[in-house]
Design a protein around this ligand. Structure first.
Ligand code: PLP
Length: 386
C-alpha cells in the first residue's frame, strides 16, 4: 500500500519569527559580519554552556580554519575517520598533509578509539573525529591519547549540536569544534557554520584569519578605509541575514532536540523488532547524550545487496531516507587513487556505507510518523525476502 503522507528526510524548521528576523536585518544597512553575527556567537556559546564561538560560512570552512590554525602542512599526518563526510578529510588533504584513515565501531559509527594509538607516528599532528549521526564519541579516552602523544584534536560536530559527553558539549573537549547549519541539520542558516573553542585566543586568532586577517571590521573603523593587515587570511564570514536566522533557530533548539529524541526512541524500538534489521546505531554509555541527527539502521548481511532497492522502494512510498555516508572516504575515487588504502583497514566503515539506511527523526515529524516509517520498511524488507 502506498503511504500517501510525505515523510521528508529533512526539513528546515523555519517559522514566521525566523523570517521576521531575517527581514529586520534587511531593513538596516549592515548585511555581513556585524552585531547579529556577534549575537549568534553569544547565543550559541550560551547553548553549549561554555567556550568561544566564531561564525563561519560553513562547517568545511571551520574545519579548514582548524587544520590551518594548527599549522598542519605537507609531511604531517592526521588521523581521520574512514566513515565520515569527505569534508573532514579534505581539511587535511587541502594543506598537502596525509590523512591516515581509522576504522569505526559498528555500534555507534564513531572512530574506533582502540585503533588510534597504533596509527600514531612521529609525523602525527592531530586527530579529527566526527560525532557520527549525532552520537558523541567517548572524548575522555581520545583526550588521554592525544595528551600522551602531544597531538591536537579537532571535533567535527556537523551532526551533533546538542550532543553532550560527561556533561560537556561536543566541540569543547578538543582544541576546536566545527558545526554545520546546512538546511537538513539540527538548525539552519541556509549555508553556514560555527567554530567553537575552549581557548579564547584560538577563537580570536581564527576569527581574525576568517576575515582576511584585517585588524578591524568596517564597523570598528574610526576613519573609513584605514585598517591594517597582520597576516594572510581568507573570507569565511557569515552574513547578518544568516546570523539572524541562526539566533531564532538556536532559541528553539531545546524543542527541536526534544522532538528528535522522542522520535528516535520510538523508531528504534519499532525497528529492533523487524526481521532483517541487524542493529540501530546508538550508544548505551550513560555519559553520552545523543543529539539524534538521524537514525541509522543496519540491515542483515543477506539484505545488504538489496539496500539500494529498499531505499528506492521507501522513497517511492514517500518515506525520505539517506545514506550516511555512501562510501568510506578511502574508497572514494580521489582518495582511492591517491592512497590505495587496503579495504581491510575500513571493514566496519564499509558495512555502514553498504548496508545502512539513515531514517528521519527531525522535528518536522511526530511519533505517529515513526510507525509509518517502521511499517513501510518492514513491508519492503518482507517483499525482498519473498
Ligand atoms: C561530518 C560532516 N562534516 C562536515 C560537513 C560539511 O558541512 P558544510 O556543508 O556545512 O560544509 C558535513 C556535511 O554534511 C558532515 O556531515
Amino acid at each position: 500500500m502506498l503511504n500517501k503522507k510525505e515523510i521528508p528526510f529533512g526539513r528546515p524548521w523555519v517559522e514566521d519569527e525566523d523570517r521576521d528576523a531575517v527581514m529586520a536585518v534587511l531593513q538596516g544597512h549592515i548585511l555581513t559580519h556585524g552585531p547579529v553575527c556577534h549575537q549568534f556567537e553569544d547565543d550559541f556559546a550560551a547553548f553549549t554552556k561554555g567556550g568561544y564561538a566564531v561564525t563561519m560560512s560553513s562547517c568545511m570552512a571551520a574545519l579548514h580554519m582548524s587544520t590551518y590554525h594548527l599549522g598542519i602542512k605537507e609531511g604531517d599526518e592526521v588521523l581521520v575517520p574512514a566513515q565520515t563526510h569527505v569534508a573532514t578529510v579534505h581539511a587535511v588533504e587541502i594543506l598537502g598533509a596525509t590523512p591516515i584513515f581509522v576504522d569505526c565501531e559498528l555500534e555507534t559509527g564513531n572512530i574506533d578509539i582502540s585503533l588510534l594509538e597504533d596509527k600514531i607516528t612521529p609525523k602525527t599532528k592531530a586527530i579529527i573525529l566526527v560525532h557520527f549521526a549525532g552520537i558523541p564519541a567517548e572524548m575522555d579516552r581520545v583526550c588521554t591519547i592525544a595528551e600522551k602523544h602531544n597531538i591536537a584534536i579537532i571535533e567535527d560536530c556537523a551532526l551533533a549540536v546538542g550532543g553532550f559527553y560527561k556533561g560537556k558539549h561536543v566541540g569543547l573537549w578538543g582544541d576546536m569544534g566545527c558545526f554545520s547549519f546546512y538546511p537538513v541539520k539540527h538548525i539552519t542558516t541556509g549555508e553556514g557554520g560555527m567554530l567553537i573553542s575552549k581557548d579564547e585566543q584560538t577563537a580570536k586568532d581564527i576569527a581574525h584569519f576568517r576575515a582576511f586577517s584585517v585588524d578591524r571590521t568596517h564597523n570598528e573603523r574610526k576613519i573609513a578605509g584605514v585598517y591594517d593587515v597582520t597576516g594572510v587570511g581568507l573570507n569565511y564570514r557569515m552574513s547578518e541575514m544568516q546570523a539572524a536566522l541562526g539566533c531564532t533557530q538556536v532559541a528553539k533548539l531545546d524543542r527541536i532536540l526534544e522532538r528528535r529524541s522522542k522520535n528516535f526512541t520510538a523508531l528504534k524500538e519499532l525497528l529492533l523488532k523487524i526481521k532483517g534489521v541487524r542493529t540501530v546505531l546508538d550508544s548505551n554509555n550513560p555519559d553520552v547524550v545523543n543529539s539524534h541527527y538521524c537514525l541509522v539502521v543496519i540491515l542483515d548481511k543477506d539484505l545488504a545487496q538489496n539496500r539500494n532497492d529498499i531505499v528506492k522502494a521507501l522513497m517511492s512510498d514517500n518515506v525520505g531516507c539517506s545514506i550516511y555516508y555512501p562510501q568510506p572516504v578511502p574508497r572514494m575515487k580521489y582518495y582511492d587513487d591517491q592512497y590505495k588504502v587496503n579495504p581491510a583497514e575500513y571493514k566496519n566503515a564499509a558495512v555502514i556505507s553498504d548496508a545502512s539506511i539513515a531514517l528521519p527523526v527531525g522535528p518536522h515529524l511526530d511519533v505517529e510518523d515513526m510507525s509509518i516509517i517502521a511499517e513501510t520498511l518492514e513491508n519492503k524488507i518482507a517483499s525482498i525476502k519473498k
